[in-house]
Ligand binder design. Structure first.
Ligand code: ADP
Ligand code: ZN
Ligand code: ZN
Length: 723
C-alpha cells in the first residue's frame, strides 16, 4: 500500500506540516491532487504533496484518504517544487502557499458546479498502437459524441484523455455560457521593428535573466510581443506580468488583437467566475499566453518559454500582505525550472536590478531612444516658494497655467499628476495641529470630500468629518494635502467649459469605469485628465503634449530608504506620457525643494547618473542592495501576548547576531508605527545585515520563532514600508 503526505488546507500554525495517510488500493491518486481526509472527528480538504512507498509510522496507525476532490492533480509538479522552495526560503505556511496556486473559487467547494466540462472528438486521427487507452477513448467518443469529461476520465483514466486533449484530437467545451472579458477592439497589425528593437529581440534568447532598459516610448511592448511570438512558434508558452495599475484596456487589447484566443488575462477587474474561467483555460493548455498582474506568476502554464516582468521596478511586485513574496524571486525559480528566458523591462530599473546588471548577474539590453525618434519631453522645474514670494498661493504655478492655456487653445490634451502616496489628505486643526485618527488602528484618517467623511484606510471604519476641533474647539480646520477633486475644481475655475476628467481610486471603483474614463478622454479635445499614480504609466495618448506634476515632493520625504528612487521613477514615468507622437511634449514639475539632486537627474533623463549617485549613497549608508533589511512582525489581539512572544524571539535573534557579529549593522525591537490594525497589536524586530552570510542568517532567524507562538508572525525582506 502507498502512503501520501498531505498538507491540510487549514490556517492553524500547528497543522502546518505534512500528515501521512494511506492510499486505498481502489483510489488511483497522484501527487498534487486535492483529497478529502479524516482529521480528528472531521473530514477536511488537503493536498497530496508526495507519494511514498513507506512511512516512518506504523501503517496500521495511519488513516486512509477518503476520496479525490477533482479526479486529477490540480497542483502541477513545478508548483509542488515551488511550494518547497517558498516554504524554505520565505517562512510561509505550506497551506497558504498552495492557495496562491489556485483560484479562490476552488477552495469553497463550488468548483464542481463550475467544472462541468465536456469532451468531444475533434478530428479523426491514427492513434499510435501502444496508446491503447487513447484508442478506446477515441472509439467511445465516435459513438457517443459529446460526453462529460469526468465520465470519460473516470471510465478510461485521466492521463490518456488529457493526452488526447493536448494533441488536439479531443476538444474540451464547457456547459455554461462563457464569460468573456471586455476589451477595446483594435487591429493586431504587426509593426516593422526598429533596429534597436530588432537587436533586443535577437539578443534575448537564452536561459538567462535580461534587464531591458528602454526609455519611455522606446517600444518595449513590441519587443515583448515579438519574443512571445517566437516562443509560441517553438511550441512554448509565455507569461507577461504588468503592474495592476498599468493593466490598461489598451495593453489588454493589444495582446488580444495579436494573440487572439490564445491569451488569458488575469487582473483584479475580473469577477470570480471570469478569473476561474481564465485559470481553467491556462490549466488545460488552451491559453498559451498569460497577461496579468503579480499573482499571475503562479499560473500553471506548462512548457514555459519566456517570462516578462514589465515595469520591473514597480513596488506592486512585492506582496506585502499574506503571504509575502517577491515576484522576481518566483520568476527566477520558474525560469530555472523551465529553462526559459526571463526579461525584466523598465525605463527606470530599480537600483537593485540595475546593480545586478552591472555585476553581470543580469544581461543588460538597452534601448536609449524613442521609436519615432521624438525627443524626450522637456522638464521645467518650477520653484513653488518663489511663486509664493511673488504672491501666487494657488495650487498651480504661473508657468503651468500658461502651458495649460496654450494646450486648450491648440485643442490638445494635458495630464495633471497628483503625487499622492499613503494617507496625505488628512484633516488638521490649524490652531493646535490636531489630526483625527482611527480608534482601532492609530493611523490618520483620510478625508473624503465627496461624502464629507473621514475613513480609515486600514480597517475601513468611517467617521464624521471634523468641523470643530475636538481638542481646542477651533473651527479653523484644513485639509492636509491636495487631492484630485480639489485640483479638478480649481481647473474648472480657470478653464470653464473645458472637459476635465478625473481618475483615482474613487472614480474607478466600479467595473469598466477605468476603461470608460480613458476612452472618453481619448475622444475629447481639448481635455485635461487629472489623476494619481494610476495615470503614470502605460498610457499612450497621441495628443497629450503637456504633463503637470502638482507636488513632486510628496514622495520625497517619506521615512523610507527608497523614497528618492521612487520619486525619480515617478517623474520619469509621468513625463513619459507627454509628446509620444508628432508634437514635442513638455513637463511642468512643481516643487518646494528645486535644488534636490533627484530633480537634476530626472530633468536630464540621466538614469545612469542618478544610479551612480544613489547606489553610492546606499553603499555608504549600508542600505540595500548592499545589505538586507529584515523585519519580523508579530501581531495579536492581546498586547501582552505579542509583547511577551516577541521578546522571546528577540532574545534568540540576539544570539544570531552574536554569532554573525561582523555582519549585523542594526538590530532592535519595537512597537510598529501602526501599532494596531483591525484590533490587532503589532510589534516588530527590525534589523539590517550584510550580504556575505545572508542566507545562513535568514535560516537561523526562521528558527528563532517559537512554533507554538500564538501571534501571527511574518518575515519581510527589504519591505517597502515599515508602518
Ligand atoms: P514603451 O513601453 O517602451 O514606453 P511602447 O511600447 O508604449 O513604449 O511604444 C510606444 C509607441 O510606439 C506605441 O504607440 C507603439 O505602438 C509604437 N511603436 C512601437 N514599436 C514601433 C515600431 N517598430 N514602429 C512604429 N511604431 C512603433
Ligand atoms: Zn485644535
Ligand atoms: Zn482603522
Amino acid at each position: 500500500m502507498k502512503v501520501a503526505s498531505v498538507i491540510i488546507d487549514q490556517d492553524a500554525k500547528a497543522l502546518d506540516r505534512e500528515f501521512e495517510y494511506l492510499i486505498p488500493d481502489e483510489l488511483e491518486l497522484k501527487e498534487g491532487e486535492r483529497v478529502m481526509v479524516p482529521f480528528g472527528a472531521r473530514v477536511i480538504q488537503g493536498f497530496i504533496v508526495e507519494i511514498k512507498d513507506n512511512s516512518s509510522f506504523e501503517l496500521t496507525k495511519l488513516k486512509s484518504i477518503l476520496r479525490s476532490v477533482d479526479g486529477f492533480p490540480v497542483i502541477k509538479k513545478e508548483m509542488l517544487a515551488l511550494m518547497k522552495y517558498m516554504a524554505d526560503k520565505l517562512f510561509l505556511k505550506l497551506a497558504s502557499i498552495l492557495r496562491l496556486f489556485l483560484p479562490s473559487e476552488m477552495r469553497t467547494g463550488k468548483v464542481k458546479e463550475l467544472v462541468e466540462r465536456y469532451v468531444s472528438l475533434n478530428q479523426d486521427v491514427e492513434i499510435p498502437k501502444n496508446a491503447k487507452k487513447q484508442a478506446v477513448i477515441v472509439e467511445f467518443l465516435k459513438q457517443h459524441g459529446k460526453v462529460k469529461f469526468s465520465e470519460v476520465s473516470n471510465e478510461f483514466g485521466y492521463a490518456p484523455l488529457s493526452a488526447l486533449v493536448k494533441k488536439g484530437v479531443v476538444s474540451v467545451s464547457y456547459e455554461e455560457r462563457k464569460r468573456s472579458v471586455e476589451f477595446d477592439k483594435i487591429s493586431g497589425e504587426k509593426k516593422a521593428l526598429t533596429p534597436l528593437q530588432q537587436r533586443a529581440v535577437d539578443t534575448i534568447k537564452e536561459n538567462k535573466t535580461y534587464l531591458l532598459h528602454g526609455v519611455t516610448g522606446s517600444g518595449k511592448t513590441e519587443v515583448y510581443m515579438n519574443l512571445i511570438e517566437r516562443e509560441l512558434k517553438n511550441g512554448k508558452t509565455a507569461l507577461m506580468l504588468v503592474p495592476e495599475i498599468s493593466l490598461t484596456p489598451q495593453v489588454l487589447a493589444n495582446f488580444k488583437a495579436r494573440f487572439g484566443e490564445e491569451v488569458a488575462l488575469i487582473h483584479s477587474g475580473l469577477s470570480a467566475g471570469e478569473r476561474f474561467d481564465e485559470w481553467r483555460r491556462i490549466f488545460f493548455g488552451e491559453a498559451k499566453v498569460v497577461v496579468g498582474a503579480r499573482s499571475a506568476i503562479f499560473t500553471p502554464l506548462e512548457n514555459l518559454g519566456i517570462i516578462i516582468i514589465d515595469e520591473e521596478h514597480e513596488q506592486s511586485y512585492i506582496s506585502e500582505s499574506n503571504p509575502r513574496y517577491d515576484t522576481h524571486e518566483i520568476a527566477e525559480f520558474r525560469r530555472k525550472y523551465n529553462n526559459s528566458i526571463l526579461v525584466l523591462g523598465s525605463a527606470t530599473p530599480s537600483i537593485e536590478s540595475y546593480a545586478k546588471a552591472l555585476d553581470g548577474e543580469y544581461t543588460l539590453v538597452e534601448m536609449p531612444v524613442r521609436v519615432n525618434g521624438m525627443e524626450m519631453p522637456k522638464i521645467v522645474v518650477v520653484d513653488m516658494l518663489n511663486e509664493l514670494r511673488h504672491g501666487n498661493s494657488e495650487i498651480f504655478s504661473i508657468p503651468l497655467l500658461a502651458e495649460l492655456g496654450s494646450v486648450v487653445e491648440r485643442k490638445k490634451q494635458a495630464m495633471i499628476f497628483i503625487n499622492r502616496r499613503g494617507f496625505s489628505s488628512f484633516q488638521r486643526c490649524r490652531e493646535c495641529g490636531y489630526v483625527a485618527k482611527c480608534r482601532d488602528c492609530d493611523v490618520s484618517l483620510v478625508y473624503h470630500h465627496y461624502e464629507n467623511k473621514l475613513k480609515c484606510h486600514y480597517c475601513g471604519k468611517r467617521y464624521k468629518a471634523l468641523d470643530i476641533c475636538p481638542s481646542c474647539g477651533s473651527r479653523n480646520i484644513k485639509q492636509g494635502a491636495i487631492g484630485t477633486e480639489r485640483v479638478v475644481e480649481e481647473l474648472k475655475r480657470f478653464f470653464p467649459g473645458v472637459a476635465i476628467f478625473r481618475m483615482d481610486n474613487d472614480t474607478t471603483s466600479t467595473k469598466g469605469a477605468h476603461r470608460s474614463i480613458l476612452s472618453q478622454f481619448r475622444e475629447t479635445k481639448p481635455a485635461i485628465l487629472v489623476g494619481t499614480q494610476m495615470i503614470a504609466k502605460g498610457h499612450d495618448f497621441e495628443d497629450v503634449i503637456l504633463v503637470g506634476i502638482v507636488d513632486a515632493d510628496q514622495s520625497l520625504y517619506q521615512s523610507d530608504y527608497r523614497s528618492i528612487e521612487r520619486t525619480f521613477q515617478l517623474i520619469t514615468q509621468v513625463s513619459g506620457r507627454a509628446g509620444r507622437s508628432k508634437d514635442q511634449g513638455k513637463v511642468i514639475l512643481q516643487t518646494y525643494s528645486p535644488r534636490h539632486y533627484v530633480y537634476h537627474y530626472a530633468q536630464n533623463y540621466d538614469f545612469k547618473g542618478f544610479f551612480k549617485k544613489e547606489a553610492n549613497l546606499r553603499k555608504v549608508t549600508n542600505f540595500p542592495p548592499y545589505t538586507k533589511v529584515l523585519r519580523i512582525l508579530f501581531s495579536h489581539e492581546d498586547e501582552n501576548i505579542v509583547a511577551k512572544e516577541i521578546k522571546v524571539c528577540y532574545n534568540n535573534v540576539q544570539k544570531v547576531k552574536e554569532k554573525f557579529i561582523d555582519d549585523f549593522i542594526y538590530l532592535d525591537v519595537m512597537k510598529s508605527p501602526l501599532n494596531r490594525i483591525k484590533t490587532k497589536y503589532r510589534y516588530q524586530i527590525l534589523m539590517r545585515f550584510k550580504l556575505a552570510h545572508a542566507e545562513e542568517i535568514e535560516k537561523e532567524l526562521f528558527a528563532c520563532v517559537d512554533k507554538k507562538a500564538k501571534s501571527s508572525v511574518f518575515f519581510e525582506i527589504n519591505p517597502q514600508n515599515l508602518s
